[in-house]
Design a protein around this ligand. Structure first.
Ligand code: AMP
Ligand code: MG
Length: 426
């Protein structure tokens, strides 16, 4: 895999040999795409487990839908030809058909109606259903108040979906609505692409192993969060634990897992501090750095590389930066590995209810809350006072992320800003 813009991290100081400023998010997104490719290995799974998986091929209707002509209403099946002149019309009731019944053939051609319920098969002799509300049911006789047009309230065989029509296209992320449609068409299993294998680890000698306590040490917030994010993005995730801030140990770690994951994600030690070893260790283990330092706030020290032809995403340690970096790059890479090309978040507009002094140059992503809605449905949003990248608290009070483009300077109340609302889980 050749990436024209690869940069080197030297052994001496962990810095790139081209200190030419931060790369634009757009450039780095292109690199993120270039270092992963769809895996395309398919497997057949139970339809009930398919939510979130990617369809591996077109799935077509095996039969016309509905399979038989059925009533769309509770009412009376009639022959419109029997309703001559002006109504109301009195018709003898020849029987009752409920959903699941197989109606007997209707004897003779004398005018008659049949009591029928929603979903029941409409006998071929009848060409319309009059809904119950327009009839008086006198038991053996029905009084029909209106004349239906032929075909009214009948879901004709094949009127919804023709045989061989595409139900779900290839490369679609299967949602519960797709599962419902496939089940309605008789599917119980589905071919999907295998999940990409993603390994997640944290770096930091300050991080406590699960459940432990210790002075001057902190709990590992990023690893469980990134595992959950990667899972939700469609990956088969392996927890690779915590690596201490030690160059030799980190390099050994990279060598030990090289080639085992389609994407490796870490957090921490990606900056320029004397204990920030991931870049240098990655290179010592044979990795190539394709991008480092992104014009993004928070989340500047983000490293994208390849090792043994597999992608590596080194996110910053500050939890909000790790979250933002994953949302921009990790989620996109996993989607691409999964074989799906989907837009990233439902991008919308909001009106700023806040002011923000800032200099242009970096895409800024800020947790934001909706404070009101206009009549037209446009939200006005506010941002948290504490915008530290070290806390997830504001993120968890937020309704979404405000995105201030790199070119933009300060934001004033009333400005229109891009706002990506958090979606409910699939
Ligand atoms: P680093 O990017 O390693 O310099 O870390 C930046 C800040 O994030 C430091 O305050 C770290 O203690 C903190 N940090 C690093 N990794 C984690 C983690 N997995 N969970 C919570 N905080 C972390
Ligand atoms: Mg660290």
């Amino acid at each position: 895999m050749t990436i024209g813009c690869a940069r080197r991290i030297t052994r001496e100081n962990g810095a790139t040999d081209q200190m030419d400023g931060d790369r634009s998010v757009r450039d780095v997104l292109a690199i993120a795409d270039a270092i992963v490719a769809p895996l395309m290995n398919a497997e057949c799974i139970d339809l009930r487990n398919a939510s979130g998986r990617i369809s591996a091929g077109q799935i077509r209707a095996p039969r016309p839908m509905p399979f038989f002509s059925q009533s769309a209403m509770d009412g009376f099946a009639v022959r419109t030809a029997d309703l001559a002149g002006h109504g109301p019309w009195r018709l003898p009731v020849a029987g009752t058909i409920a959903a699941g019944d197989r109606p007997d053939p209707i004897p003779g051609t004398e005018p008659a109606a049949m009591r029928i319920y929603t979903g029941a098969p409409v006998p071929g002799a009848f060409d319309a259903v009059v809904m119950m509300e327009h009839c008086r049911d006198d038991g053996d006789v029905v009084v029909v108040g209106i004349r239906p047009v032929p075909g009214e309230n009948i879901r004709a065989k094949g009127s919804d979906i023709a045989r061989d029509a595409v139900l779900v296209a290839a490369g679609i992320r299967i949602e519960p609505r797709h599962i419902g449609l496939l089940a309605a068409n008789g599917y119980t299993s589905v071919n999907v692409f295998k999940r990409p294998r993603v390994g997640v680890f944290s770096t930091g000698s300050e991080l406590l192993p699960n459940g432990a306590t210790g002075a001057a040490r902190i709990h590992d917030a990023n690893r469980p969060m990134l595992i959950a994010l990667a899972n939700r993005a469609g990956a088969d995730v392996v927890d690779l634990g915590i690596v201490d801030d030690d160059l030799a140990e980190t390099a050994r770690f990279f060598r030990g897992i090289a080639g085992r994951f389609d994407l490796l994600i870490s957090s921490g030690a990606a900056s320029i501090g004397a204990r920030d070893f991931v870049g240098q260790a990655f290179v010592e283990a044979g990795g190539t750095v394709h991008a480092w330092k992104v014009a993004l706030k928070p989340g500047k020290p983000i490293l994208l590389g390849t090792l043994d032809d597999r992608a590596y995403l080194g996110l910053p340690g500050n939890p909000l930066s790790a979250f933002v970096g994953f949302q921009l790059f990790g989620r996109r890479q996993i989607s691409r590995l999964c074989g799906v090309d989907e837009p990233h978040g439902a991008c919308g507009r909001a009106v700023a209810g806040f002011s923000l002094a800032r200099e242009s140059g970096r895409l800024e992503i800020i947790p934001a809350r909706v404070v009101s809605w206009s009549k037209e449905g446009v939200p006005t949003i506010d941002i948290a006072e504490n915008r530290s990248s070290g806390t997830l608290h504001a993120l968890c009070q937020a309704d979404g992320l405000a995105m201030i483009p790199a070119e933009q300077g300060s934001v004033r109340p009333g400005d229109v800003v891009e706002f990506v609302r958090f979606c409910s889980p699939r």
